[in-house]
Write a protein that binds this ligand. Structure first.
Ligand SMILES: C[S@@+](CC[C@H](N)C(=O)[O-])C[C@H]1O[C@@H](n2cnc3c(N)ncnc32)[C@H](O)[C@@H]1O
Length: 290
């Protein structure tokens, strides 16, 4: 194992998982919450983050990065809800083998109402998953279906680790890649899509967050903002440069693609995005393999 494979939830790219948990905790505290994640607050409490992260609307409003946190919580709420709905739709048509790629502190295995035959695999770094499972255990969380964490690096041979954990490539799968793509080098991203395709039986579904215009996202002193709000420079964590969009990659692989702008999803859920998040032009891509 190389050094950069060993991040946890307060180091390297792992801290972005904790930031997303903070955003979900803030959303959960709102009266009009789109999602309820009772464990998000617990993760932030249990971690020793380099900067204090808010867990309520009041803390977000009082924090140093107050605009950032309030707007980010709304963005994360919309995206979380959009992908919760992806899994609800998949379960309705009997697709109950689930793979969360780079699951971070995602608690869907514990908070969504899974059918009995559901099997939820989660892939992320071992230390991230260890932290998550320890906190969930301490708070008595139980998974709805079978829950199979897979500690693996998505730049390496993650399909072997997934299959070793019991993944059945003959069974249709509902996949998710949320909050992931910019953290992967371009060649690892390309392989990721090829491997998903190779492992997907007909009837499989995939939801992907397309981060949209990263240069807009990185304008407005993003480095200073992230150091102030997270204690790390987010620019050190991401890979920039042109890549095919997830929609283009999936269309090229023969999947049926439904591409939803984040702004539209947000409006439909009654929670419009702030101009700063809207101009990033993120998309939620829902694809289906027939
Ligand atoms: C922004 S967080 C998103 C977590 C989760 N999907 C969510 O939305 O709450 C990014 C996650 O990607 C994971 N990650 C990034 N690169 C990875 C890699 N090469 N292998 C495994 N996990 C990776 C990090 O550990 C982190 O948990």
């Amino acid at each position: 194992m190389t050094m950069d494979q060993q991040w946890d939830v307060v180091s390297g790219v792992g801290i972005t998982a904790l930031a997303v948990a903070a955003a979900r905790a803030v959303e959960t505290s709102r009266p009009d919450a789109l999602i309820e994640d009772p464990y998000a607050l617990r993760f932030v409490e249990a971690a020793r983050a380099p900067a204090k992260l808010p867990t309520t609307e009041a803390e977000a409003a009082a924090s140093d990065g107050r605009e950032y946190w309030s707007e980010a919580a709304t963005y994360v709420a919309v995206r979380t809800r959009a992908f919760d709905d992806h899994f609800r739709r998949a379960a309705e048509v009997g697709v109950t083998q689930v793979v969360l790629l780079a699951s971070g502190l995602d608690t869907r295995a514990f908070r969504l109402p899974w059918p009995e035959d559901a099997v939820v695999y989660e892939i992320d770094q071992p230390l991230v998953l260890d932290f998550k499972l320890r906190v969930l255990r301490e708070h008595g969380a139980t998974a709805g279906g079978a829950h199979r964490p897979v500690g693996a690096d998505l730049r390496e041979d993650w399909p072997a680790a997934l299959e070793a954990a019991g993944f059945d490539r003959a069974r249709p799968t509902a996949w998710l890649a949320e909050g992931l793509l910019p953290y992967l080098p371009p060649e690892a991203e390309e392989r990721l899509f090829q491997e998903i395709h190779r492992l997907s039986a007909p009837g499989s579904r995939l939801a992907v967050e397309d981060f949209g215009n990263m240069s807009a996202a990185l304008a407005d002193n993003a480095a200073d903002d992230s150091v102030r709000t997270l204690g790390v420079n987010v620019l050190d964590l991401i890979h920039t440069g042109q890549r095919p969009t997830p929609a283009a990659r999936l269309t090229g692989l023969g999947w049926n693609v439904h591409d939803v702008p984040a702004t539209r999803a947000a409006t439909e859920y009654g929670r419009p995005l702030s101009p700063k998040f809207a101009e990033r032009d993120g998309h939620y891509v829902f694809a289906h393999r027939s």
